[in-house]
Design a protein around this ligand. Sequence first.
Ligand SMILES: Cc1ncc(COP(=O)(O)O)c(C=O)c1O
Length: 389
Amino acid sequence: MQYNFDIQIDRSQNYAAKLEESLLNFGTKEVIPLWIADMDFRTAQPIIDAIKARADQGIFGYTFRPDDYFEAVRDWQRRRHGYNPDVKQMAFAPGVVPSMRIFLNLFTQPGDKILIQQPVYHPFADIVENSNRTLVVSPLRRDDSGDYTMDVADFELKAKEGVKYFILCAPHNPVGRVWSKEELKEIGDICLRYGVGILSDEIHSDLVFGGNQHTVMATVSPEIAAITSTFISPSKTFNLAGLQASTIIFDTAEHREHYLKTLKEMDIARNNCFSLVATMAAYNEGEEWLEQLLTYVEENMQFIGDYCRQYLPLIKPNKPEATYMCWLDMRELKMGDDALQEFLVKKAGIALSQGSSFGQGGQGFMRLNAACPRSTLEKALEQLRAALS
Ligand SMILES: Cc1ncc(COP(=O)(O)O)c(C=O)c1O
């Protein structure tokens, strides 16, 4: 089936956070919302069909998760990433962020050190700080051409100071890197050396472009696999964030048992009836849609790059290897972060995510969500150009 990602869909009647929370976050709804990470595209038809069939039955009782569910997760990982996890290592989770928070609560103590690499998806810092653990930051390095790498020496210095867990973002949001196997091995070996466990957030691993290949951290070596829990979800890949379902592939059987017991005690161990059928349809039948989506998003990134080179030379977008996020270097505009945000909202009428919210190294940057029809991007960039001139 051929999908058309150019179609504009009116989301104003479906309680979309992207629109409704613009008022809360930017003081107005009169902005093109290119901030929170969901897509303005309809998902794959097999997923829509599965949800419709489920809705048509009209019974929305408690669900039972069949073996097919985690087998679909495993088969997807095998096909797309060459990773062959045992379904017995897997557990349901109501989202990546809540489950990382539960993990930290269960397997670390207040005050324990948790390492992250900023700039990075800001809930990493939030879950650490909100659970009274101690945040340790190893900043990424950015070279003059705008490429990001890990600062391995700094990472080791930080890791050896009694860090309990490292939260890896692979591929990386917001800088769009697909970490190579060599890079992952270097930091994975450091974690092994100093007894640091790894929470590997691989939620963006299916959204990889241009011949890049995602490496699952747990495939780098058996030793690294033994200290790594992997967090995945169809939510970014297939635009299903509102269904709130993800999977943890655990490091050890003990951790999995303990986690499952906690989920049961909280009575949040079941899928809702839509996430159950949507997850299986996505992983079993969503590939055709995903391939077309990746081509479209990659062309969107190209469009942003070309537009900025031609009309907005002071703004330097990255060309992400993965994710539908474009990381815009706006430092040459020489505005402070708050003034820049105000300018973008009030003068240009666009809502982006502020770079500084991603922590160290984010100042002067903005993150733009490019998972929208090209005409939306064009309008946003034209409004920006008009405001700047
Ligand atoms: C790196 C990363 N992890 C997790 C999430 C959110 O996952 P969930 O909605 O399953 O909590 C996002 C959303 O943008 C993300 O970028």
